[in-house]
Design a protein around this ligand. Structure first.
Ligand SMILES: *Cc1c(COP(=O)(O)O)cnc(C)c1O
Length: 406
């Protein structure tokens, strides 16, 4: 049997992520490897830390990468913070909130969940009441949940958690870089992300930042492996229950001690560094504004075609829009037509929204005018062939009008 070289079809990825990687990120990832402790490599690691402080809007020293997809960052954060028996509060407003609950449960936490209907977010009062009732050690919450296309406001939650001695963890995988996110100003203790949404890279690296408060908690659980332990190193009585995701050891690897843990995924680091470099170079507020502009143009175009947007639009994420599948249209059939006829991927939905809502993304490298106009033009044809009455050119025209007045 013989196999062909990898040569994927040309696709324009306009779903909820992953999206097409910025070609500059792909080029960075094809650079040659260097040794793990080569000064060039440790230099890149330090630069990556500094660049992600810019992206996360933080001065946290402990800002680095966890090797693995976004979920690796989530798991590293939760397993390093949570000891079996700890109380954890998880407000769930979409699929990824359920994931936080599931991981916290696997860490042995006593998990308390409050739920909001998909498409809505929690009021600060609802979260405050739950904190008062549960008295958790950790509050774990998603910022932007791509499954429902809305983002939970977190600007008041950090102060609330600090006042109640609660560690605040947020999953910003889907929102970081494309929506305002202020780690320090909002007082979020631990934030994790991934590359394949607004950061414009491939999945496989999970940026993370940790406040000094979170670092102290995690370091109190430190156990250094036999073989690299020095005299005087004491093992914690409550070690972190994962070796690979032990953030105490990962911080020692990224810090001046350079204590060996895993071998940093070099090509992934090159990519992650380039993602952050591009964003910081553009300016974070500018990148957020770019996502707002193209997200609004997409939403305006869809509405002008007669479609109905899903979810609380006041809290809509900039980078993804949910749109109700019109009556009489087979949602998956239409998605297949978009892919086969135009090479454009749009997203389906999970759980209660499956078959009801498509999700269309405008994020990272694909938050652009040409991608918005192409997607609207193609979708119009797919809808018309499916029997939906759409005024010719309505979506593209409305988006163009919006760009003209922007
Ligand atoms: C997309 C997304 C993830 C993805 O996790 P991966 O491990 O990279 O697949 C996690 N959390 C949220 C909120 C997301 O939107």
């Amino acid at each position: 049997m013989s196999f062909e070289p990898i040569n994927p079809p040309q696709r324009l990825l306009m779903g909820p992520g992953p999206i097409n990687a910025d070609p500059r990120v792909l080029r960075a990832m094809s650079a040659q490897l260097v040794g793990q402790y080569d000064p060039a490599m440790t230099g890149y690691m330090n630069e990556t830390m500094e660049l992600y402080r810019g992206v996360f809007r933080t001065r946290n020293q402990q800002t680095m990468l966890v090797d693995g997809t976004s979920r690796a960052g989530i798991e590293a954060a939760l397993v390093s913070l949570i000891e079996p028996g700890d109380r954890v509060l998880v407000p769930v407003f979409g699929r990824f909130g359920h994931l936080l609950r599931e991981i916290a449960e696997r860490c042995g936490a006593e998990v308390h969940v409050i739920e909001a209907e998909w498409g809505t977010v929690f009021s600060t009062d609802a979260i405050a009441a739950a904190i008062a009732e549960v008295r958790p050690k950790v509050l774990a919450i998603v910022h932007g949940d791509t499954s429902t296309t809305v983002a939970q406001p977190l600007d008041e939650i950090g102060a609330l958690c600090a006042a109640n001695d609660v560690i605040l963890y947020a999953d910003a995988t889907a929102s970081l870089g494309g929506n305002r996110f202020e780690t320090d100003a909002w007082g979020v203790d631990v934030v994790t992300a991934g590359l394949q949404k607004c950061l414009g890279g491939p999945s496989g690296s999970a940026p993370i930042t940790l406040s000094p408060r979170a670092v102290d908690l995690i370091n109190s659980r430190k156990s250094i492996e036999a073989g690299i332990r020095s005299e005087g190193d004491v093992a914690s009585a409550h070690p972190i229950r994962s070796n690979y995701f032990d953030l105490a050891m990962i911080m020692d690897y990224w810090g001046p001690k350079r204590l060996n843990h895993h071998t940093e995924a070099t090509s992934a680091l090159y990519g992650a560094r380039e993602c952050a470099r591009l964003l910081v170079d553009e300016g974070i507020p500018e990148a957020v504004e770019r996502h707002r502009l193209h997200g609004d143009a997409m939403a305006t175009g869809l509405t002008a075609m007669g479609l109905t947007l899903f979810g609380d639009q006041k809290h809509k994420m900039n980078n993804v829009v949910g749109v109700e599948i019109p009556d009489g249209i087979d949602g998956d059939g239409a998605r297949a037509a978009m892919l086969n006829d135009y090479g454009i991927e749009i997203g389906t939905s999970f759980g209660p929204l499956h078959g009801r809502v498509w999700r269309i993304g405008t994020m990272g490298y694909n938050a652009r005018r040409d991608t918005v106009l192409l997607t609207l033009a193609a979708l119009e044809q797919v809808l018309r062939r499916g029997g939906v009455t759409v005024t010719a050119g309505s979506g593209v025209g409305a988006a163009l009008d919006m760009y003209a007045s922007a």
